[in-house]
Design a protein. Structure first.
Lengths: 79, 145
């Protein structure tokens, strides 16, 4: 198994990655994954994190097979 | 309850009428509140030609369902309908429809606003505007209160 990592919207364009996978290891967190995928880019302060499609904090300890998503502040709706 | 995230343009008033006709508990409904958000042709002083709405397939629907369920329980609603466009939009296109059916107006108004504000601040959608000068991501939402 592995961890799936997704990026959305302006963040996807900025980092140039839409989806990737990384091997699972004990104690792995979204913050670790960010550093693995983007070693030269500090994690933006306003980035939102989801684990298995639920909001989570960057220090959440992951389980093998999890899907992790990073995205910018949301801007849906209207007016 | 119905939640729909659609790349197809929709006609909100037709959807409200259709949904209302199918309500099982119509006689219990004393109030229906509807919010329709449409695309404007101007933002931050610039003319906007078109807009692309991106979402997180799976999480977006799940989040909207959760908001609607929470509102149903909190205000004892009879029904909820939420429709949100994604993909390419043009000015005046409906973006979002939130309709709630309740026993009384207070529940209807409050639940409709709750769903709309939660959607705007937490549901994973992102807007990118097409201007004469190029494209830009919308970076933050306007406050609703």
């Amino acid at each position: 198994m592995a961890i799936t990592v997704k990026f959305f919207a302006s963040l996807r364009e900025r980092v140039g990655v839409e989806m990737t996978t990384r091997p699972y290891r004990d104690g792995l967190t979204p913050a670790d994954l960010w550093r693995d995928v983007l070693p030269d880019t500090p994690i933006p302060g306003n980035v939102l994190v989801a684990v298995n499609m639920d909001y989570a904090t960057p220090d959440r300890v992951l389980t093998d097979g999890d899907e992790v998503a990073f995205f910018p502040p949301v801007t849906g709706g209207a007016a | 309850m119905k939640i729909d995230v659609t790349p197809v343009p929709f006609e909100p008033w037709a959807l409200v009428r259709l949904h209302e006709q199918a309500l099982a508990s119509r006689a219990k409904v004393g109030a229906c509140a509807v919010f329709v958000g449409t695309m404007r042709d101007i933002n931050e002083g610039d003319e906007v030609r078109a807009m692309t709405l991106e979402h997180y397939p799976g999480m977006t629907e799940r989040h909207l369902t959760r908001i609607a369920e929470e509102a149903e329980q909190r205000w004892g609603l009879q029904d909820v309908l939420v429709v949100h466009r994604v993909g390419q939009l043009l000015p005046a296109d409906p973006i979002v429809l939130v309709a709630v059916w309740a026993g009384h107006r207070r529940e209807a108004f409050e639940a409709c606003r709750f769903i709309m504000e939660d959607l705007k601040s937490k549901a994973p959608f992102w807007k990118k505007e097409q201007l004469d000068a190029g494209e830009r991501w919308v970076e933050h939402n306007t406050p609703g209160h």
